[in-house]
Design a protein around this ligand. Structure first.
Ligand code: BGC
Length: 352
């Protein structure tokens, strides 16, 4: 079978490699890969800025945003041949820490977790892959063409859960949300906000193209102005920050309504400095009981929440998030950004 592989220590080493078909172990599903999504993390790994091969190997199979169809499933696993599935990204650390021992590996405390396609475990960018049935999540069959959006949706499902849990430390009835960044994470975060009946606003740089249209079709409001002005006039109860850009993060922190919750989901590269009145921000945050919370990855509960959110979404709208589908052999095209890209997907089954 063919897989997309690289040496995480060598930039631009991504290639299609012929590998032996995987052998399912006890408890594993054997899955035919349909597609993988490409995100900023994949691009960082391809640049040799992130990512780890499995111990003792130089090569990592890429791909953590998966979608596949079950070929064989162990009896009693709850899965059967033909099911549409997604594989979970993270696995608990071997110790395990308290969080991992409680199934909350997304909150691992010792950093020894592993991640498919990212950290020490081969990923899902392969024509065939295996996954433990306990780390597979079934999708509504109607999601065949868009189910590859499941992993980023799980990330925002977790982010929204964090917001709610932080908010519920006192009386909580948020109304207005600002999402910064109209990439897949921002748009899927906006979608979940709309599903919750909130007044959702999305801010990005672009003035035209698919992003403003997608926001409007969602019933949310698109903004492309200065972040201080937009956030300052909206005074949101919640900010879902999906850019990782320092100046936006800081502006979001300074412009919430009292009792505001800012959830940071963007993984910045670091190394850039911004001048900021940290004392002023501290004063406001204390006097308003504001919270800034970071959120990464997702556990099984969040994948199930994401599966429900996708099943409840408008399929056409979800389709609109997928800008391009690139066959495996043309993977390099998927790693080269185009101005109107939202989510680019690599297809693994040859005919889609
Ligand atoms: C993935 C997460 C992962 C994180 C850090 C993100 O791109 O969506 O699942 O935990 O990278 O490796």
């Amino acid at each position: 079978m063919r897989a997309l592989t690289l040496d995480p220590k060598t930039a631009n080493s991504t290639q299609v490699t012929e590998l032996p078909d995987p052998e399912p172990q006890a408890g594993d599903l054997l899955v035919r890969g349909l597609a993988v999504g490409v995100c900023g993390t994949d691009k960082e790994i391809a640049r040799a800025d992130y990512g780890w091969a499995p111990p003792g190997h130089d090569r990592l199979v890429l791909g953590h945003e998966s979608l596949g169809r079950v070929m064989t499933a162990p009896a009693g696993s709850g899965f059967s041949s033909g099911d549409l599935v997604v594989g979970v990204v993270r696995r608990p650390d071997p110790v395990p820490c308290g969080a991992c021992a409680h199934g909350e590996f997304d909150n691992c405390r010792n950093g020894r977790y592993t991640e498919r396609g990212i950290k020490e475990l081969d990923g899902y960018a392969a024509e065939l892959w295996c996954v433990e049935a306990d780390y597979a999540v079934a999708l509504d069959p109607r999601l065949e063409h868009v189910g590859v959006l499941m992993e980023p949706t799980s990330v925002v499902a977790k982010a929204w859960e964090q917001v709610r849990r932080v908010g519920e430390r006192a009386w909580y009835a948020p109304e207005r949300v600002l999402v910064t960044g109209a990439g897949p994470i921002g748009l899927l975060g906006a979608m979940i906000g709309v599903q919750q009946g909130l007044d959702v606003h999305v801010l990005d740089l672009v003035e035209e193209g698919p992003k403003p249209r997608l926001v409007e079709r969602l019933g949310a409001t698109y903004h492309h102005g200065d972040v201080d002005e937009v956030a300052g006039s909206l005074r949101p109860d919640v900010v879902i920050e999906a850019t990782g850009v320092g100046s936006l993060v800081f502006s979001a922190m300074r412009n919430t309504a009292p009792f505001g919750v800012v959830c940071l989901t963007g993984i910045s590269s670091g190394g850039r400095t911004v001048e900021a009145d940290v004392g002023g921000a501290n004063r406001e945050m204390v006097l308003e009981n504001d919270v800034v919370v970071g959120s990464v990855n997702a556990n099984l509960r969040h994948y199930r929440q994401a599966a429900e959110a996708l099943a409840a979404a408008d399929l056409d709208w979800l389709e609109g998030l997928i800008s391009r589908r690139v066959p495996l052999e043309r993977f390099a095209d998927a790693f080269t950004a185009r101005p109107d890209d939202v989510k680019v997907v690599i297809t693994l089954d040859g005919d889609r």
